[in-house]
Design a protein around this ligand. Structure first.
Ligand SMILES: Nc1ncnc2c1ncn2[C@@H]1O[C@H](COP(=O)(O)OP(=O)(O)O)[C@@H](O)[C@H]1O
Ligand SMILES: [Mg+2]
Length: 315
């Protein structure tokens, strides 16, 4: 993502500073890089305080609901806001890895971490966006459920691995594969917050029941309680009656979990991922980026992340 460029207008928006101030701080008026953004943050003293680590998992057992598109853009945007973020790609298809511009050779994956106990820091690579690191994935991850099976503490390995880096990041954001197995169980056991992207159709609605049963099982059998569960409707098209009805059903039956912000259908997601850029880098003025921004604000508010940070800074 080194070739991501920011306009002066966007720099000013991201930093919450006037364009003049930004231009003066960096001595130029356009073609700002992600490194420029980080440098301006330092110079203008706009670096947010460290936050208590939140581990957040984007999961749905159904494919194609937007786990990868939303989680990668979410992680990128948090880093853009100045937070220290680790994105963990759990899917052997490596889509999150590609969405963050990391094509080609991947030296290590979570497979090495969970099976061979390689420290997670050794499987972590920078993304070109300061503040955003990545544990990449590739086909080596496809056999991980089998490899985990005979191991001691097989459900807790990811949680353990993340304990090593708890002071280094404010957020760990994980993009899950659409499967039901030991890796996703590890991810659920490591997570504090679960974000479930769903499409506004009735198949997604059925899938939710399975997911909630699984979460209930975790509580009963492994005594792991998630702090927050958020359902976010993605790729919403309100011109379809079926979509409006499905959204209504979600509002009725999952009121406690459903986010008020809905991510509308937006072709920019596909274009952005084919460039290996999150939507905020590709087109921050698109409706997809705007909807995601609202989703992030809502999650921050509901988790109390911003308040917790303010409290920690004052302590
Ligand atoms: N809000 C959206 N509007 C339009 N297309 C979307 C949206 N979100 C995701 N997509 C597209 O839907 C497809 C599946 O999304 P993806 O994030 O890969 O889902 P998952 O990771 O759940 O399988 C991709 O082609 C992606 O570009
Ligand atoms: Mg995916």
């Amino acid at each position: 993502m080194e070739n991501v460029r920011y306009s002066l207008k966007r720099m000013a928006e991201v930093l919450g500073a006037g364009p003049k101030v930004v231009a003066e701080a960096l001595g130029k008026k356009d073609g700002f890089t992600p490194d420029d953004l980080a440098a301006a943050r330092e110079k203008l003293r706009k670096v947010p305080g460290h936050r208590p680590l939140r581990v957040q998992l984007f999961l749905n057992f159904k494919g194609g609901t937007g786990k990868t598109s939303l989680s990668t853009s979410y992680a990128y945007r948090l880093a853009e806001r100045g937070h220290r973020v680790l994105m963990v790609d759990l899917d052997s298809q490596g889509h999150a890895t590609k969405c963050l511009g990391q094509e080609g050779s991947v030296a290590r994956t979570l497979h090495d971490v969970l099976i061979r106990k390689v420290p997670i820091a050794e499987a972590t690579v920078p993304t070109g966006m300061p503040g955003l690191d990545l544990v990449p994935s590739n086909l080596a991850m496809s056999t991980i459920d089998l490899a985990l099976m005979p191991l001691a503490g097989r459900e807790f390995r990811l949680r353990k691995a993340l304990e090593e880096i708890s002071g280094k990041y404010d957020y760990v954001v994980m993009d899950a594969p659409p499967s039901f197995g030991l890796l996703n169980l590890n991810a659920l056991m490591a997570a504090g917050d679960l974000v479930i992207p769903v499409l506004a159709d009735f198949l997604s609605y059925d899938g939710l029941r399975l997911l909630f049963e699984t979460v209930q099982g975790l509580e009963d059998d492994l005594s792991h309680q998630l702090e927050h569960i958020f359902i976010v409707v993605n790729a919403y098209n309100q011109t379809f009656k079926i979509a409006r009805e499905a959204l209504e059903a979600l509002r009725t039956h999952y009121a406690d979990y459903l986010l008020a912000s809905v991510v509308r259908q937006c072709t920019k997601f596909a274009q952005a991922s084919s460039e290996g850029w999150p939507i905020f880098a590709f087109d921050p003025d698109s409706k997809g980026a705007g909807d995601l921004e609202a989703m992030i604000d809502e999650i921050e508010e509901r988790t109390g992340a911003a308040q917790a940070a303010a409290g920690a800074a004052g302590a």
